[in-house]
Write a protein that binds this ligand. Structure first.
Ligand SMILES: Cc1ncc(C[n+]2csc(CCOP(=O)(O)OP(=O)(O)O)c2C)c(N)n1
Ligand SMILES: [Mg+2]
Length: 502
């Protein structure tokens, strides 16, 4: 679908939106009209489920994504993602068709409004769920000396999620180029965030040692200010936090707005898109609005003509061939499970530079609570990483590393604490290959379980039954009572196969 009557695109398909009122208005208007079309399609019964529009927040949503101009940059978004997605991809048809559940949708009609993907853009509907993943992606960028930045966009209500703080801490100690963008519209669904956020927002970023900024999309110079933030990040390669004050003009999703009319009128009166329109020449406005109308009529027609996604068939892209690591056999004479694992991990680190070990207390001379990594951190200093006590955060970081081509092996000190990783496994790792056409998540999560050592009810459980019910998860259980040869061999082949699914 040719968008050139509204904006030019670069070689990767990303819209090139300049800083003039005319260019900002043209693209902001396209986002608004696309969302109005989506709402209209809902009204006509052509879409089921729900959607979250960014009406009133278009300029805010465009700002950071617009300024990201390196091919390695990533954008991780959330439920309110249409503005981010369109600014990154320019793909109006892909968005409209996706929400309509049509095959031309960017995710083949399987994702819907909250789950969009295009190149390095991914969105998911679990609040803060993408934050650890973003840190992992940034870690991978740093390890290959890329100039890329990862922008993770959350709403202000999401400041209540604990994983966010694990992720900010990881970003800080690893000193990776992640920008946490908080779209501060003062509300989360129907709850005012002044009633749910304690203390100061920017101070949260500063407390973790992040660079921090607070801007308003009502400011005339806003888009240029955001560009400077991104440039600063690009140069410093340090993590940062950007809080953007904005205003949600529409309901949370559809029909759920408890705010009174006066309050909504006030937000509409300060609409930054309207302010930009007023700064454009009348002829330009007319041309932009008419080009947009023509273009969206074409989008609607093409979306309507696209066949519905076939929900009776699983998406084929979920089942990619496994990647392989060329690695010699493990030491079959290892005296016990620990030594067999140590040998297998050592061989993997030696034979594939993309293998990374994350876990608590892995460093030498300690070598992990069960001594599985002894000798490895001394030898592979930057690839055997002792982490904070942040099980969800490091699982998320592992997913991000895996998405960026690494082969992470995350050690959870005791299997009991896999419960803390559950959302990252259940709602992220195993779903991404099905949700996002080009995503593989070759992560291995390893944890000792079972007891008989007197560790008690929170350190001795066997939780395999929980994971049996996780679709898309390969499960392997090795018993220390079995011979060690199969343990070593299985460990090596499991890790070496580097599965699409974890
Ligand atoms: C972990 C989680 N809890 C609850 C929800 C349901 N939910 C979806 S959006 C939302 C409000 C989010 O508010 P905010 O972060 O301020 O973003 P905004 O909608 O204002 O852009 C809630 C509670 C969710 N998607 N994920
Ligand atoms: Mg909000």
């Amino acid at each position: 679908m040719d968008i050139s009557s509204i904006v030019s695109v670069d070689a990767l398909g990303k819209p090139c939106i300049g800083n003039s009122p005319k260019e900002l208005f043209a693209f902001g208007h396209l986002i608004r009209e696309t969302e109005k079309l989506i709402l209209e399609l809902f009204g006509r019964g052509l879409v089921s489920g729900t959607t979250h529009t960014c009406l009133g927040q278009e300029i805010c949503q465009m700002s950071v994504v617009r300024a990201l101009n390196d091919p390695d940059d990533y954008v991780l978004s959330n439920h309110r993602n249409h503005g981010h997605f369109l600014t990154y991809s320019g793909d109006c048809l892909g968005l409209v068709a996706e929400i309509m559940g049509r095959q031309t949708g960017v995710c083949g009609g399987y994702g819907g409004s909250q789950h969009l993907a295009f190149r390095n853009f991914h969105s998911n509907g679990v609040q803060a769920g993408m934050t650890g993943i973003g840190v992992g992606l940034a870690h991978a960028l740093k390890s290959r000396s890329s100039r890329g930045i990862v922008a993770i966009v959350i709403g202000d209500g999401t400041l209540g999620e604990g994983l966010l703080y694990e992720s900010m801490n990881l970003a800080s100690i690893w000193n990776v180029p992640v920008l946490f963008v908080v779209e501060h519209n003062g509300i989360a669904q129907t709850t005012y965030t002044r009633d749910t956020i304690g203390g100061d927002i920017v101070a949260r970023g500063l407390a973790f040692g992040l660079s921090a900024w607070r801007l308003s999309d009502r400011d005339e110079d806003f888009s240029a200010q955001v560009e400077r933030v991104v440039e600063d990040m690009r140069e410093s390669r340090r993590p940062g936090m950007l809080v953007i004050d904005t205003g949600r003009m529409g309901p949370h999703s559809k029909g759920d707005d408890l705010r009174d009319v006066d309050e909504r009128d006030e937000i509409t009166a300060s609409d930054p898109l309207k302010a930009l329109r007023a700064r454009c020449a009348a002829d330009d406005v007319k041309a932009i609005e008419s080009a947009c109308q023509v273009f969206l009529a074409q989008v609607e027609k093409a979306a309507m003509e696209s066949p519905l996604a076939g929900f009776d068939q699983p998406p084929e892209h979920s089942f990619k061939p496994a990647l392989q690591i060329d690695c010699p056999a493990a030491d079959s004479s290892a005296a016990n499970v620990r030594l067999a694992l140590n040998d297998a991990l050592g061989k993997l680190l030696e034979h594939d530079e993309s293998v990374v070990l994350l876990g608590e207390d892995l460093h030498d001379p300690y070598g992990g609570a069960f001594k599985v990594t002894v000798g490895l951190s001394d030898k592979y200093k930057h690839r055997v990483v002792s982490t904070p006590i942040s099980e969800a955060g490091i699982t998320g970081a592992g997913i991000g590393l895996a998405m960026a081509g690494k082969k992470p092996i995350v050690e959870i000190m005791f299997a009991d604490f896999l419960t803390l990783c559950m959302d990252q496994i259940y709602n992220h790792a195993v779903k991404f290959p099905g949700m996002f056409v080009d995503s593989a998540v070759p992560i291995v999560i390893r944890a000792p379980c079972g007891g008989r050592r007197g560790y008690g009810p929170t350190h001795s459980q066997s939780l395999e039954n929980i994971f049996i019910s996780v679709p898309g998860l390969d499960r392997h259980l090795w018993k220390s009572s079995t011979q060690n040869r199969p343990v070593a061999d299985q460990c090596l082949s499991l890790l070496a196969e580097s599965h699409t699914f974890p």
